[in-house]
Design a protein around this ligand. Structure first.
Ligand code: NAD
Length: 349
């Protein structure tokens, strides 16, 4: 196995913790990319990886993404991420979660966890029994916090609207065709908001039953998970997993805009150039999907109510516009422009 320092996604991460608790069977990775702006904040992913190295790579990439996301969202938080390695059955036990909470606690607040793919709001409550360095707990009435998904979905919806305005010159989504990959917490929320705004929705989800049920509710079309990236539409919105924008998949796209909530959408930095070369407007993932972290950060940092969260989420389109303006001015693709802006904010340029 390649040493973590030599992995392509190692980016001067401050720390990489490999966690093992034999009695519960827990295997987890906690990656701390940067604490320059504050405690390293980012969710925990529960996922089955074919190889351990893939889990480390995911933690490295996702934690760097959180540094950039938190910085671009204007939060006093650094970037980190945890992954819990699931077996192929997805077995998650209370003992495993308790051991994970203990591991988070042992870092003394350098890492603050929250919910990500495969983890539930209930898991966050369970984690809070073992550490206070957790966010995404059930909110008190009117306060920030709770499941970040709906807030992420709102930010993505606002970002899609901004991208449509930029690329198509349209001020509303009426009749705009959006193809959504993955309709879980984020993609499902986006689908509902966009349908309510008059958009035409085509969606796909690996969970066909879930896709069909949502489509029936909002009047959307369903295609297979294999077909969604080649649907002819105005917008392709990746809201499932990362690394889906590759040389072949970009060649197949038939849209003017790629804007969605999934983390780490570009398989490689060159894929941002490929989108640009095809004249497709790209909304950098960590800028458009910052709604959830804004929600959990304001909960963790304190003093935030729903109105404060909504006001910060409403700034996401302005940040995207700043990135697209930078791209136009420099000729660099939007992903590279956003990275450069974020690196400056975390003191790395
Ligand atoms: P989720 O688990 O609720 O939903 C993901 C959905 O994608 C599921 O319905 C799943 O069946 C589907 N899916 C998985 N692989 C697929 C494929 N190949 N094709 C089609 N559908 C597929 O997760 P979520 O919270 O909605 O998160 C989605 C993405 O957004 C992830 O990349 C996550 O990291 C990112 N994200 C989430 C948040 C948040 O607040 N939840 C915040 C920022 C980023």
């Amino acid at each position: 196995m390649t040493s973590p320092w030599d992995l392509p996604d190692f980016d001067d991460h401050e720390a990489l913790h490999l966690v093992r608790d034999a009695p519960s069977g827990l295997m987890a990775i906690i990656a701390i990319h940067s604490t320059h702006l504050g405690p390293a904040a980012g969710g925990t992913r529960f996922w089955h990886y074919a190889e351990h190295e893939a889990a480390i790579t995911d933690a490295l990439r996702l934690s760097r993404g959180m540094s950039y996301k938190n910085a671009m969202a204007g939060l006093a938080m650094g970037g980190g991420k945890a992954v819990i390695l699931s077996d192929s059955m997805g077995s998650k036990t209370p003992e495993m979660i308790a051991a994970f909470a203990k591991a988070v606690d042992s870092l003394g607040g350098r890492y603050v966890t929250a919910q990500d793919v495969g983890m539930s709001a209930g898991d966050m409550v369970a984690i809070s029994k073992g550490t206070r360095f957790v966010s995404g707990l059930p909110p008190k009435q009117g306060e920030a916090g709770g499941d970040p998904g709906p807030t992420t979905a709102m930010g993505v919806f606002l970002g899609v609207k901004a991208a449509v305005r930029r690329a198509l010159g349209r001020d509303d989504l009426s009749g705009v065709h959006i193809a959504i990959q993955g309709v879980g917490s984020v993609g499902g929320g986006l689908a509902r908001h966009a349908a309510a705004a008059g958009a035409r929705i085509t969606l796909a989800d690996k969970n066909g039953e879930h896709a069909n049920a949502l489509a029936a509710q909002i009047g959307a079309q369903v295609v297979s998970a294999d077909a969604i990236m080649a649907v002819e539409a105005d917008v392709f919105s990746p809201c499932a997993l990362g690394a889906i924008l590759t040389e072949p998949s970009i060649a197949d796209l038939r849209v003017a805009v790629v804007a969605g909530g999934a983390n780490n959408q570009l398989a490689t930095p060159a894929d941002g150039d490929r989108l640009q070369a095809r004249g497709i407007l790209y909304a950098p993932d960590y800028v458009i999907n910052a709604g959830g972290i804004i929600n959990v950060a304001l909960e963790y940092l304190g003093g935030g109510d729903r109105a404060a969260v909504d006001a910060k989420v409403a700034q996401i389109p302005d940040r995207l516009v700043a990135v697209w303006d930078g791209s136009e001015a420099t000729g660099e693709n939007p992903a590279r422009v956003a990275d450069a802006m974020a690196q400056k904010l975390i003191g790395r340029s």
